[in-house]
Design a binder for this molecule. Structure first.
Ligand code: UDP
Length: 231
């Protein structure tokens, strides 16, 4: 769980309130000015999906009263507002659901899995994996995300779409890759409890983005890690 979501769950009421009001305000502004408006929604709206590949039409396995609900529930209600503005006022909306993203300048204290593992391996600290072998994530490089968002904005597609990288990793395998790239690391892997609200499997079905936007991600996580870490 990132420090960002940690922070949100520390101020759950303000988070939900501000974000919902913000979404409505921005939708009103876009409607008035006839601007195109994009919602950067989140894979958290699916919460803990019970399917192998998550299609946009998946009926979500969600929970309104889990610790991080303030985050994914406001994203869900914002999607509802976006859709309702489209239906009632023909507002020119776009919605995408963003999964796990990585980029070169991730902060040391950001507490995301990729940056955590790299820092721990480079500093010979214990590599902390939560729970066990099972959890998976699909990671996309920031440039691919931006390319996909531009393609979405230039399209006419007005329903939620997963614009993502089809690569899917078991979290434990990311540690193996990083330790192969930095064999001199003296880090040990230690197993910690999985946070209570941590989803297990997360893999998007990306066929809709391919069909509607002709989008396909190009950066591969393993190759990017090698480029970053082999000096
Ligand atoms: N994770 C982990 N060790 C860490 C940080 C994260 O095993 O030091 C796991 C976390 O439990 C989750 C996955 O890696 O299953 C992705 O975590 P992250 O916080 O990067 O993203 P999110 O939980 O939002 O998908």
């Amino acid at each position: 769980m990132s420090s960002f979501t940690n922070l949100l769950s520390k101020n759950p009421i303000e988070t939900t309130k501000t974000a919902v009001i913000w979404a409505i305000n921005m939708l009103e502004l876009a409607t008035k000015t006839k601007a195109k408006i994009l919602q950067a929604s989140t894979s958290e709206v699916y919460w803990d999906p019970q399917v192998n590949e998550i299609k946009e039409t998946y009926r979500w396995n969600v929970n309104p009263v889990w610790p991080r609900s303030c985050y994914d529930e406001w994203k869900r209600i914002a999607e509802t507002f976006f859709n309702n503005f489209k239906l009632e006022y023909k507002t020119n909306i776009r919605i995408t659901r963003i999964f796990n993203t990585y980029w070169p300048s991730m902060q040391k204290n950001d507490n995301r899995v990729i940056s955590n593992f790299i820092i721990q391996a480079l500093e010979n600290k214990d590599i902390t994996i939560y729970w066990n072998w099972k959890q998976t994530r699909s990671f996309q490089y920031i440039d691919d995300l931006i390319k996909g968002l531009l393609m979405l904005m230039n399209s006419n597609y007005k329903k939620p779409v997963n614009i993502w990288n089809k690569e899917n990793y078991k979290i434990i395998n990311i540690i193996k890759i990083i330790l192969q790239i930095i064999p001199e690391s003296k880090s040990k892997i230690i197993f910690k409890n999985l946070p209570i609200d941590d989803p297990i499997y997360r893999k998007p079905d990306i066929s809709l983005a391919k069909k509607e936007l002709w989008y396909e991600a190009s950066v591969k996580l393993k190759e990017w890690l090698e480029k970053q870490l082999i000096i």
